[in-house]
Design a protein around this ligand. Structure first.
Ligand code: SAH
Length: 407
Protein backbone atom coordinates (compact mmCIF):
# COMPACT_ATOMS: atom_id res chain seq x y z
CA UNK A 1 0.00 0.00 0.00
CA UNK A 2 3.00 2.27 0.24
CA UNK A 3 4.23 1.25 -3.21
CA UNK A 4 5.71 4.29 -4.96
CA UNK A 5 3.56 5.30 -7.93
CA UNK A 6 6.23 4.52 -10.55
CA UNK A 7 6.11 0.81 -9.69
CA UNK A 8 2.33 0.69 -9.88
CA UNK A 9 0.60 -1.34 -12.56
CA UNK A 10 -0.58 0.86 -15.42
CA UNK A 11 -4.05 1.01 -16.94
CA UNK A 12 -4.08 2.68 -20.36
CA UNK A 13 -7.35 4.23 -21.52
CA UNK A 14 -8.56 4.37 -25.11
CA UNK A 15 -8.29 7.51 -27.24
CA UNK A 16 -11.09 9.93 -26.37
CA UNK A 17 -11.47 8.65 -22.80
CA UNK A 18 -8.98 10.98 -21.10
CA UNK A 19 -10.89 14.27 -21.24
CA UNK A 20 -13.66 13.25 -18.85
CA UNK A 21 -11.01 12.09 -16.37
CA UNK A 22 -9.02 15.31 -16.79
CA UNK A 23 -12.23 17.27 -16.14
CA UNK A 24 -12.51 15.56 -12.76
CA UNK A 25 -14.76 12.57 -13.32
CA UNK A 26 -13.09 9.68 -11.47
CA UNK A 27 -14.53 6.58 -13.17
CA UNK A 28 -12.73 4.46 -15.76
CA UNK A 29 -15.32 2.07 -17.17
CA UNK A 30 -14.32 -1.42 -18.31
CA UNK A 31 -15.04 -0.42 -21.90
CA UNK A 32 -12.63 2.52 -21.70
CA UNK A 33 -9.60 0.37 -20.91
CA UNK A 34 -7.15 -0.09 -23.78
CA UNK A 35 -4.82 -2.47 -21.96
CA UNK A 36 -3.07 -3.09 -18.64
CA UNK A 37 0.69 -3.40 -18.05
CA UNK A 38 0.47 -6.60 -16.01
CA UNK A 39 -1.94 -8.80 -14.08
CA UNK A 40 -3.60 -6.60 -11.44
CA UNK A 41 -5.16 -7.80 -8.22
CA UNK A 42 -8.62 -6.43 -7.50
CA UNK A 43 -8.36 -3.59 -4.98
CA UNK A 44 -4.80 -2.68 -6.02
CA UNK A 45 -3.73 0.94 -6.48
CA UNK A 46 -2.89 1.56 -10.15
CA UNK A 47 -1.80 4.46 -12.30
CA UNK A 48 -3.95 5.47 -15.25
CA UNK A 49 -2.48 6.86 -18.46
CA UNK A 50 -3.93 7.83 -21.82
CA UNK A 51 -3.03 5.92 -25.00
CA UNK A 52 -0.03 8.23 -25.48
CA UNK A 53 1.29 7.33 -22.00
CA UNK A 54 0.31 10.70 -20.51
CA UNK A 55 -0.23 10.31 -16.75
CA UNK A 56 -3.85 10.91 -15.64
CA UNK A 57 -3.91 9.83 -12.01
CA UNK A 58 -3.92 6.98 -9.52
CA UNK A 59 -6.87 4.98 -8.26
CA UNK A 60 -8.25 1.64 -7.12
CA UNK A 61 -8.64 -1.18 -9.64
CA UNK A 62 -11.40 -3.77 -9.59
CA UNK A 63 -12.03 -6.00 -12.62
CA UNK A 64 -15.23 -7.31 -10.98
CA UNK A 65 -16.82 -3.86 -11.18
CA UNK A 66 -18.12 -2.17 -14.34
CA UNK A 67 -16.03 0.72 -13.05
CA UNK A 68 -12.56 -0.76 -13.51
CA UNK A 69 -10.70 2.14 -11.88
CA UNK A 70 -11.92 4.74 -9.40
CA UNK A 71 -9.43 7.59 -9.54
CA UNK A 72 -8.38 9.14 -6.24
CA UNK A 73 -5.90 11.81 -7.31
CA UNK A 74 -4.58 13.43 -10.47
CA UNK A 75 -1.05 13.22 -9.08
CA UNK A 76 1.19 10.41 -7.82
CA UNK A 77 0.13 9.94 -4.23
CA UNK A 78 0.67 7.14 -1.80
CA UNK A 79 -2.58 5.86 -0.36
CA UNK A 80 -2.00 5.26 3.33
CA UNK A 81 -3.36 6.50 6.64
CA UNK A 82 -1.79 9.93 6.10
CA UNK A 83 -3.55 10.19 2.71
CA UNK A 84 -6.93 9.46 4.30
CA UNK A 85 -6.19 11.84 7.14
CA UNK A 86 -5.45 14.68 4.70
CA UNK A 87 -8.57 13.98 2.63
CA UNK A 88 -10.75 13.77 5.74
CA UNK A 89 -9.30 17.00 7.07
CA UNK A 90 -10.18 18.78 3.82
CA UNK A 91 -13.68 17.30 3.87
CA UNK A 92 -14.24 18.42 7.47
CA UNK A 93 -12.97 21.90 6.66
CA UNK A 94 -15.52 22.16 3.83
CA UNK A 95 -18.39 21.21 6.20
CA UNK A 96 -17.23 23.69 8.84
CA UNK A 97 -17.16 26.42 6.19
CA UNK A 98 -20.56 25.71 4.63
CA UNK A 99 -22.48 24.19 7.56
CA UNK A 100 -21.17 26.16 10.51
CA UNK A 101 -22.87 25.13 13.72
CA UNK A 102 -23.98 21.70 12.47
CA UNK A 103 -22.96 18.84 14.75
CA UNK A 104 -24.37 16.03 12.61
CA UNK A 105 -23.49 15.93 8.92
CA UNK A 106 -22.00 13.82 6.14
CA UNK A 107 -18.24 14.00 6.61
CA UNK A 108 -17.36 12.28 3.34
CA UNK A 109 -19.65 12.05 0.32
CA UNK A 110 -17.65 9.74 -1.95
CA UNK A 111 -16.98 11.33 -5.38
CA UNK A 112 -17.92 14.79 -4.02
CA UNK A 113 -14.84 14.54 -1.78
CA UNK A 114 -12.59 12.70 -4.26
CA UNK A 115 -13.02 9.48 -2.26
CA UNK A 116 -15.08 7.32 -4.61
CA UNK A 117 -16.51 4.39 -2.70
CA UNK A 118 -16.45 6.00 0.76
CA UNK A 119 -19.25 7.57 2.76
CA UNK A 120 -18.83 8.73 6.36
CA UNK A 121 -21.72 10.24 8.32
CA UNK A 122 -21.36 11.94 11.67
CA UNK A 123 -24.23 11.70 14.13
CA UNK A 124 -22.91 13.84 16.95
CA UNK A 125 -20.19 11.62 18.47
CA UNK A 126 -20.92 8.48 16.44
CA UNK A 127 -19.64 7.85 12.92
CA UNK A 128 -21.21 5.62 10.29
CA UNK A 129 -18.99 4.21 7.57
CA UNK A 130 -19.91 2.81 4.16
CA UNK A 131 -17.30 1.41 1.81
CA UNK A 132 -18.85 0.57 -1.54
CA UNK A 133 -15.72 -0.18 -3.56
CA UNK A 134 -13.28 -3.00 -2.97
CA UNK A 135 -10.26 -0.68 -2.80
CA UNK A 136 -11.88 1.36 -0.01
CA UNK A 137 -13.20 -1.70 1.74
CA UNK A 138 -9.70 -3.21 1.93
CA UNK A 139 -8.41 -0.02 3.58
CA UNK A 140 -11.12 0.26 6.25
CA UNK A 141 -8.54 -0.03 9.05
CA UNK A 142 -6.59 3.00 7.77
CA UNK A 143 -9.79 5.00 7.35
CA UNK A 144 -10.98 4.09 10.84
CA UNK A 145 -7.60 5.07 12.32
CA UNK A 146 -7.67 8.44 10.53
CA UNK A 147 -11.25 9.09 11.67
CA UNK A 148 -10.35 8.30 15.26
CA UNK A 149 -7.42 10.67 15.11
CA UNK A 150 -9.47 13.55 13.70
CA UNK A 151 -12.83 13.16 15.43
CA UNK A 152 -12.34 10.89 18.48
CA UNK A 153 -15.82 9.35 18.06
CA UNK A 154 -17.54 7.32 20.78
CA UNK A 155 -18.20 4.62 18.17
CA UNK A 156 -17.69 3.87 14.49
CA UNK A 157 -20.41 1.76 12.93
CA UNK A 158 -20.24 0.00 9.59
CA UNK A 159 -23.38 -0.01 7.43
CA UNK A 160 -22.30 -2.11 4.49
CA UNK A 161 -25.62 -3.85 3.95
CA UNK A 162 -26.50 -2.55 0.47
CA UNK A 163 -27.18 -5.20 -2.14
CA UNK A 164 -25.28 -3.04 -4.68
CA UNK A 165 -22.08 -4.32 -3.03
CA UNK A 166 -22.45 -7.48 -5.11
CA UNK A 167 -21.45 -5.43 -8.19
CA UNK A 168 -18.03 -4.90 -6.59
CA UNK A 169 -17.75 -8.50 -5.45
CA UNK A 170 -18.17 -7.41 -1.84
CA UNK A 171 -20.15 -9.27 0.83
CA UNK A 172 -22.70 -7.43 2.98
CA UNK A 173 -21.55 -6.64 6.50
CA UNK A 174 -22.63 -4.35 9.33
CA UNK A 175 -21.60 -3.88 12.91
CA UNK A 176 -19.58 -1.80 15.30
CA UNK A 177 -15.99 -1.31 14.05
CA UNK A 178 -14.68 0.67 17.00
CA UNK A 179 -15.95 1.76 20.41
CA UNK A 180 -19.39 0.77 21.63
CA UNK A 181 -22.95 1.68 20.69
CA UNK A 182 -26.08 0.93 22.68
CA UNK A 183 -29.49 2.21 21.63
CA UNK A 184 -30.47 5.21 19.54
CA UNK A 185 -28.13 8.17 19.17
CA UNK A 186 -29.49 11.64 20.09
CA UNK A 187 -29.02 14.01 17.14
CA UNK A 188 -29.54 17.76 16.74
CA UNK A 189 -30.67 19.49 13.55
CA UNK A 190 -30.93 23.27 13.73
CA UNK A 191 -31.44 23.02 17.48
CA UNK A 192 -34.21 20.39 17.30
CA UNK A 193 -33.74 16.98 18.92
CA UNK A 194 -34.00 13.76 16.95
CA UNK A 195 -32.75 10.23 17.51
CA UNK A 196 -31.03 8.03 14.98
CA UNK A 197 -31.29 4.28 14.88
CA UNK A 198 -27.89 3.72 13.31
CA UNK A 199 -28.19 -0.05 13.31
CA UNK A 200 -31.30 -0.16 11.11
CA UNK A 201 -32.45 3.33 10.05
CA UNK A 202 -32.93 4.50 6.45
CA UNK A 203 -29.75 5.35 4.57
CA UNK A 204 -27.31 5.69 7.46
CA UNK A 205 -29.90 6.83 9.98
CA UNK A 206 -31.49 10.20 9.17
CA UNK A 207 -31.76 12.32 6.05
CA UNK A 208 -28.75 14.54 6.55
CA UNK A 209 -29.14 15.85 3.00
CA UNK A 210 -32.29 17.79 4.00
CA UNK A 211 -30.83 19.51 7.05
CA UNK A 212 -30.64 22.97 5.45
CA UNK A 213 -33.98 22.55 3.66
CA UNK A 214 -35.84 21.74 6.92
CA UNK A 215 -35.15 25.25 8.14
CA UNK A 216 -35.67 26.94 4.76
CA UNK A 217 -39.11 25.36 4.35
CA UNK A 218 -39.96 26.21 7.98
CA UNK A 219 -39.01 29.85 7.31
CA UNK A 220 -41.55 29.90 4.45
CA UNK A 221 -44.23 28.27 6.63
CA UNK A 222 -43.54 30.89 9.31
CA UNK A 223 -44.81 33.58 6.90
CA UNK A 224 -48.28 31.97 6.91
CA UNK A 225 -49.95 32.80 10.25
CA UNK A 226 -51.57 29.77 11.90
CA UNK A 227 -50.65 27.45 9.05
CA UNK A 228 -52.27 24.04 8.61
CA UNK A 229 -49.47 21.84 7.26
CA UNK A 230 -49.30 18.38 5.70
CA UNK A 231 -45.91 16.61 5.80
CA UNK A 232 -46.30 13.75 3.35
CA UNK A 233 -43.57 11.07 3.38
CA UNK A 234 -42.60 12.51 6.75
CA UNK A 235 -40.26 9.70 7.88
CA UNK A 236 -39.33 10.66 11.48
CA UNK A 237 -40.60 14.24 11.23
CA UNK A 238 -37.78 16.43 9.89
CA UNK A 239 -39.93 18.91 7.97
CA UNK A 240 -42.92 18.59 10.29
CA UNK A 241 -41.10 19.47 13.50
CA UNK A 242 -39.26 22.39 11.94
CA UNK A 243 -42.61 23.71 10.63
CA UNK A 244 -44.27 23.22 14.02
CA UNK A 245 -41.47 25.09 15.77
CA UNK A 246 -41.75 27.88 13.17
CA UNK A 247 -45.32 28.55 14.24
CA UNK A 248 -47.60 26.22 12.26
CA UNK A 249 -50.90 25.76 14.08
CA UNK A 250 -51.20 22.11 13.08
CA UNK A 251 -48.96 19.65 11.25
CA UNK A 252 -50.21 16.30 10.00
CA UNK A 253 -47.51 13.70 9.41
CA UNK A 254 -48.02 10.87 6.93
CA UNK A 255 -45.72 7.94 6.31
CA UNK A 256 -46.43 4.34 5.40
CA UNK A 257 -43.90 3.12 7.94
CA UNK A 258 -45.55 2.70 11.35
CA UNK A 259 -42.08 2.61 12.86
CA UNK A 260 -41.16 5.99 11.32
CA UNK A 261 -44.46 7.50 12.52
CA UNK A 262 -43.83 6.19 16.04
CA UNK A 263 -40.35 7.72 16.00
CA UNK A 264 -41.78 11.01 14.67
CA UNK A 265 -44.21 11.06 17.60
CA UNK A 266 -41.37 10.49 20.07
CA UNK A 267 -39.41 13.31 18.41
CA UNK A 268 -42.40 15.67 18.62
CA UNK A 269 -42.70 14.92 22.36
CA UNK A 270 -38.96 15.33 22.85
CA UNK A 271 -39.22 18.87 21.46
CA UNK A 272 -42.46 19.82 23.20
CA UNK A 273 -44.28 20.08 19.86
CA UNK A 274 -46.60 17.07 20.08
CA UNK A 275 -49.70 19.15 20.87
CA UNK A 276 -49.49 20.71 17.42
CA UNK A 277 -48.86 17.49 15.52
CA UNK A 278 -50.98 14.57 14.38
CA UNK A 279 -49.57 11.30 13.11
CA UNK A 280 -50.83 8.76 10.63
CA UNK A 281 -49.26 5.63 9.17
CA UNK A 282 -50.71 5.49 5.66
CA UNK A 283 -49.83 5.15 2.01
CA UNK A 284 -49.66 8.71 0.68
CA UNK A 285 -51.07 7.75 -2.74
CA UNK A 286 -54.16 6.15 -1.17
CA UNK A 287 -54.55 8.91 1.40
CA UNK A 288 -54.39 11.70 -1.17
CA UNK A 289 -56.79 9.82 -3.46
CA UNK A 290 -59.33 9.43 -0.67
CA UNK A 291 -59.01 13.09 0.36
CA UNK A 292 -59.42 14.43 -3.16
CA UNK A 293 -62.27 12.15 -4.29
CA UNK A 294 -65.40 14.20 -4.90
CA UNK A 295 -68.92 13.29 -5.92
CA UNK A 296 -70.23 14.95 -9.14
CA UNK A 297 -70.92 18.67 -8.51
CA UNK A 298 -69.26 18.45 -5.11
CA UNK A 299 -66.52 21.03 -4.49
CA UNK A 300 -63.44 20.16 -2.54
CA UNK A 301 -62.63 22.66 0.20
CA UNK A 302 -58.85 22.66 0.47
CA UNK A 303 -57.75 22.22 4.08
CA UNK A 304 -54.01 22.99 3.95
CA UNK A 305 -51.90 26.16 3.87
CA UNK A 306 -48.71 24.21 3.20
CA UNK A 307 -47.88 20.75 1.89
CA UNK A 308 -44.45 19.13 1.95
CA UNK A 309 -43.84 16.27 -0.46
CA UNK A 310 -40.57 14.39 0.07
CA UNK A 311 -41.11 10.96 -1.43
CA UNK A 312 -38.45 8.27 -1.82
CA UNK A 313 -36.83 7.97 -5.22
CA UNK A 314 -39.46 6.46 -7.49
CA UNK A 315 -36.76 5.28 -9.88
CA UNK A 316 -33.37 3.64 -9.53
CA UNK A 317 -32.69 3.55 -13.26
CA UNK A 318 -33.39 5.34 -16.50
CA UNK A 319 -35.83 2.72 -17.77
CA UNK A 320 -38.37 3.34 -15.01
CA UNK A 321 -38.36 7.15 -15.34
CA UNK A 322 -41.73 7.31 -17.19
CA UNK A 323 -43.43 5.37 -14.37
CA UNK A 324 -41.75 7.57 -11.80
CA UNK A 325 -42.97 10.72 -13.57
CA UNK A 326 -46.54 9.41 -13.48
CA UNK A 327 -46.14 8.90 -9.72
CA UNK A 328 -44.74 12.40 -9.21
CA UNK A 329 -47.53 13.91 -11.29
CA UNK A 330 -50.25 12.13 -9.37
CA UNK A 331 -49.10 13.23 -5.91
CA UNK A 332 -48.63 16.82 -7.09
CA UNK A 333 -52.04 16.98 -8.73
CA UNK A 334 -53.73 15.77 -5.58
CA UNK A 335 -51.59 17.85 -3.23
CA UNK A 336 -52.41 20.99 -5.24
CA UNK A 337 -56.12 20.26 -4.88
CA UNK A 338 -55.69 20.19 -1.10
CA UNK A 339 -53.94 23.58 -0.96
CA UNK A 340 -55.79 26.81 -0.23
CA UNK A 341 -55.33 29.77 -2.60
CA UNK A 342 -51.98 31.36 -1.70
CA UNK A 343 -50.88 28.08 -0.11
CA UNK A 344 -47.34 26.72 -0.20
CA UNK A 345 -46.11 23.54 -1.86
CA UNK A 346 -42.59 22.43 -0.91
CA UNK A 347 -41.63 19.46 -3.01
CA UNK A 348 -38.53 17.32 -3.45
CA UNK A 349 -37.19 14.74 -5.84
CA UNK A 350 -34.20 12.63 -4.82
CA UNK A 351 -33.86 10.65 -8.03
CA UNK A 352 -30.63 11.30 -9.91
CA UNK A 353 -32.41 10.22 -13.12
CA UNK A 354 -35.07 12.95 -12.92
CA UNK A 355 -33.37 16.33 -13.35
CA UNK A 356 -34.63 19.63 -11.99
CA UNK A 357 -36.16 20.77 -15.29
CA UNK A 358 -38.00 17.49 -15.83
CA UNK A 359 -39.21 17.57 -12.24
CA UNK A 360 -40.59 21.09 -12.62
CA UNK A 361 -42.26 20.13 -15.91
CA UNK A 362 -44.13 17.34 -14.11
CA UNK A 363 -45.27 19.75 -11.40
CA UNK A 364 -46.46 22.21 -14.06
CA UNK A 365 -48.39 19.45 -15.85
CA UNK A 366 -50.10 18.66 -12.55
CA UNK A 367 -50.80 22.36 -11.96
CA UNK A 368 -52.36 22.59 -15.43
CA UNK A 369 -54.69 19.68 -14.68
CA UNK A 370 -55.58 21.20 -11.31
CA UNK A 371 -56.11 24.61 -12.98
CA UNK A 372 -53.64 26.27 -10.66
CA UNK A 373 -50.97 28.80 -11.55
CA UNK A 374 -47.80 28.50 -9.48
CA UNK A 375 -45.33 31.12 -8.37
CA UNK A 376 -41.91 29.71 -7.57
CA UNK A 377 -40.55 31.15 -4.33
CA UNK A 378 -37.54 28.92 -3.63
CA UNK A 379 -35.34 26.27 -5.19
CA UNK A 380 -33.61 23.63 -3.12
CA UNK A 381 -30.68 21.30 -3.48
CA UNK A 382 -28.96 18.75 -1.24
CA UNK A 383 -27.35 20.25 1.88
CA UNK A 384 -23.74 21.38 1.38
CA UNK A 385 -22.30 18.34 3.17
CA UNK A 386 -23.36 16.48 -0.01
CA UNK A 387 -21.41 18.74 -2.39
CA UNK A 388 -22.32 18.78 -6.06
CA UNK A 389 -19.43 18.60 -8.49
CA UNK A 390 -20.97 19.38 -11.88
CA UNK A 391 -18.11 17.57 -13.66
CA UNK A 392 -19.38 14.45 -11.85
CA UNK A 393 -23.13 14.46 -12.63
CA UNK A 394 -23.69 11.47 -10.32
CA UNK A 395 -23.01 13.73 -7.31
CA UNK A 396 -26.26 15.63 -7.91
CA UNK A 397 -29.53 13.98 -6.97
CA UNK A 398 -31.71 16.04 -4.65
CA UNK A 399 -33.68 18.95 -6.03
CA UNK A 400 -36.73 20.74 -4.78
CA UNK A 401 -38.96 23.76 -5.20
CA UNK A 402 -41.32 25.83 -3.14
CA UNK A 403 -44.31 27.22 -5.01
CA UNK A 404 -47.15 29.43 -3.90
CA UNK A 405 -50.54 28.93 -5.46
CA UNK A 406 -50.61 32.24 -7.35
CA UNK A 407 -54.05 31.64 -8.79
N1 SAH B 1 -38.88 13.81 4.66
C1 SAH B 1 -38.14 12.76 5.33
C2 SAH B 1 -37.56 11.74 4.38
C3 SAH B 1 -38.56 10.99 3.59
S1 SAH B 1 -37.89 9.56 2.91
C4 SAH B 1 -37.01 13.37 6.13
O1 SAH B 1 -36.54 14.43 5.78
O2 SAH B 1 -36.55 12.74 7.08
C5 SAH B 1 -39.28 8.81 2.22
C6 SAH B 1 -40.27 8.25 3.21
O3 SAH B 1 -41.40 7.86 2.47
C7 SAH B 1 -39.84 7.02 3.99
O4 SAH B 1 -39.98 7.30 5.35
C8 SAH B 1 -40.81 5.92 3.56
O5 SAH B 1 -41.26 5.11 4.65
C9 SAH B 1 -41.96 6.72 3.06
N2 SAH B 1 -42.79 6.12 1.99
C10 SAH B 1 -42.37 5.50 0.87
N3 SAH B 1 -43.41 5.23 0.06
C11 SAH B 1 -44.52 5.69 0.69
C12 SAH B 1 -45.90 5.72 0.39
N4 SAH B 1 -46.36 5.22 -0.77
N5 SAH B 1 -46.74 6.28 1.28
C13 SAH B 1 -46.28 6.78 2.44
N6 SAH B 1 -44.99 6.80 2.77
C14 SAH B 1 -44.11 6.27 1.92
Amino acid sequence: MTTPAHSLATVLVKPGEADRLLAGHPWVYAGAVLRVSRAIADGELVQVKDHRQRFLGVGFFNAKSKIHVRLLAPERVEVNEAFFEARLRAALELRRRHLPGATSFRVVNAESDFLSGLIVDKYEDVLVLQTSSLGMDQRKAQIVAALQKLLSPRAIVERNDQSSRQFEGLPESSGVLAGALDGDVPVQFNGLQFTANLAAGHKTGLYLDQQVNYQRVADLVARIPGAQVLDAFSFVGGFALHAARAGAARVHLLDQSAEAIAAAQRHAELNGLADRCSFEAANVFDWLKARTATAPHERLIPPFDAVVLDPPSFTRNRASVPDALRGYKEIHLRALKLLKPGGLLATFCCSHHVDAVTFQDVILAAAFDARRVLRRVATFSQSPDHPVIPAIPETEYLKGYAFEIAR
